[in-house]
Write a protein that binds this ligand. Structure first.
Ligand code: AP5
Length: 210
């Protein structure tokens, strides 16, 4: 099985959803830059204060902030790991290649119209960052997190105008990573809109054990 994995894909592709399943079922340590940054914002840390304005507008947090933190976080992991939301720029990918030999990059591909619907109908737990979907993946009790009982909310960056900017930022800054990782033969694309969350996981699992 591959052991150093990157999950790539546009906002709403299902990276976070799949990262949590892969981590639970296959024992990978999952590191999500989005979850890490949201936690920092919640806790009012220096990182959170710096990151908030970029996140609220749907822009990327500057490379010089993210790269140093991820270098430390990745160094702390022992065993198989999965990166969700990192790298997102060529500079981040270059920095990652200097510290880890990534085995596989899984690109989760989903068309834009599906992404917008998924994000506007996503509901997230502001405490533990578990995500739900009003129709595709609802919580057991309406509006309440299954895991910690907190009231679910719409993420500030899941408002339609911010989603449009996030998709533009993705195209400009992150899409070039598809060529970057294709060139060294590490990229596999999996359709993220071809079935349920479990169907997509089954396809990802096949790629991981191939
Ligand atoms: P981040 O949290 O990483 O946001 P993102 O990449 O935009 O991804 P999302 O969390 O929106 O979507 P996802 O692909 O995880 O989809 P999900 O599984 O939730 O980053 C947030 C911000 O932090 C960035 O904008 C930036 O400011 C900053 N940031 C983060 N990393 C950074 C970096 N490296 N550099 C600089 N800045 C950084 O699924 C979406 C919905 O679809 C859910 O409701 C889910 O239930 C549903 N769903 C999932 N799969 C399926 C399926 N197969 N069928 C039906 N519904 C499904």
């Amino acid at each position: 099985m591959k052991s150093k994995i990157v999950l790539l894909g546009p906002p709403g592709a299902g990276k976070g959803t799949q990262a949590k399943i892969i981590s639970n079922k296959l024992g990978f340590t999952s590191l999500s830059t989005g979850d890490m940054l949201r936690k920092a914002v919640r806790n009012g840390t220096e990182l959170g204060k710096q990151a908030k304005k970029y996140m609220d507008e749907g822009n990327l947090v500057p490379n010089d902030i993210i790269i140093g933190i991820m270098k430390e976080k990745i160094a702390e992991i022992s065993g198989a790991f999965l990166l969700d939301g990192y790298p997102r720029t060529i500079q981040q990918a270059d920095a990652l290649s200097a510290i880890a030999d990534i085995d596989l990059v899984i690109n989760i591909d989903v068309p834009d119209n599906v992404l917008v619907k998924r994000l506007t109908e996503r509901r997230s737990c502001p405490k533990c960052d578990i995500v739900y979907h009003l129709v595709n993946n609802p919580p057991k009790k309406d509006g309440i997190c299954d895991v910690c009982g907190t009231k679910l909310c719409l993420r500030d960056d899941d408002k339609e105008e911010v989603i449009m900017n996030r998709l533009n930022v993705y195209r400009e800054s992150t899409l070039p990573l598809i060529d970057y990782y294709s060139r060294n033969g590490k990229l596999v694309t999996v359709r993220g809109d071809d079935g349920t969350i479990n169907d997509v996981f089954a396809n990802i699992k096949k790629v991981l054990i191939d």
